[in-house]
Design a protein around this ligand. Sequence first.
Ligand code: NAI
Length: 334
Amino acid sequence: MQVAVFSTKSYDRRFLDAANAAEGGRHAFRYLEARLTRDSAPLAAGAEAVCAFVNDVLDRPALETLASGGTRLVALRSAGFNNVDLAAAAALGLAVARVPAYSPHAVAEHTVALILSLNRKIHRAYARVREGNFALEGLLGFDLRGRTVGIVGTGKIGMAVARIMAGFGCRLLAHDPFPPPELAALGAAAVPLDTLLAGSDIVSLHCPLTPDTRHMIDHAAIARMRHGAMLINTGRGALVDAGALIEGLKSGAIGHLGLDVYEEEGDLFFEDLSDQILQDDVFARLLTFPNVLITGHQGFFTAEAMQAIARTTLENLSSFEATGRPANPVGPLG
Ligand code: NAI
């Protein structure tokens, strides 16, 4: 099958080529560096499938252009699919596939890396020691043992975080409309969101972005949190209201903030912008706080996860070619 791969980086090419070679080079990849938007969608003309990533924008106009260019399958290289207008895709007869689980451990372990770094101020200690500054003022952390971690969304990633934090001796609170039975074995209590916010020293977000969860952490939610609590978001940027985070940091309501995702990340992340002037004033303000640690959507980025993403993407393409249905469909038409 002809596949137009958008938002391609060298690492995407490397892992997709290896997975395709393992299938005897069954598919022809057209690698495109451009992000997929309504403006770049014509680049896919003639490709039966497009392969897209988290910051590609598959809104109705983009999908219309893809469909009229002969595309029949959108194969996402991600678990989240909030960037696709599924109703429009179905109306246009476009199937949509995703990679439901590649390595929940990759994202969970990155989440814990943020928690540990923020708590023990590793980001600050690293810079200090390189400057010959061995003072400890400002580096005071806390024992994780005995602290309460609130996990919002106890799916694959949230549960992986829960298991790791249970290993540190943390108490666990969980909020999920469908809490898994395994929670009890970890000694975790399933509670309403407000109870979780009020009772947690660390709040970590692992639910999908939907109209219901958009800005679930806003001014009101921050006011309900324990004063000085740590907030971690490795889910999707728009789960939090970034303006409210800045107010929360200024007042001390948020004691530590770790982000791997940002609502407006589409204009920033995955690119080297180091010689440019940062135009996003909210993002720039967030970077000024010593107790904020931001990574550029790298939670998924381990060798194991990249291999699994490539393998599952190939499965989606091959099963669609053989049966007209991808292996991991999303939405009404899959
Ligand atoms: P999953 O589908 O296994 O789990 C999501 C859980 O959230 C489910 O248990 C669901 O019931 C729950 N949920 C739904 N609505 C909720 C609500 N309103 N409040 C609380 N919980 C709710 O998904 P998985 O694999 O654990 O991924 C979670 C999210 O992590 C993805 O949707 C994606 O946005 C994000 N992600 C981030 C990555 C990164 O690189 N930073 C990589 C992969 C995923």
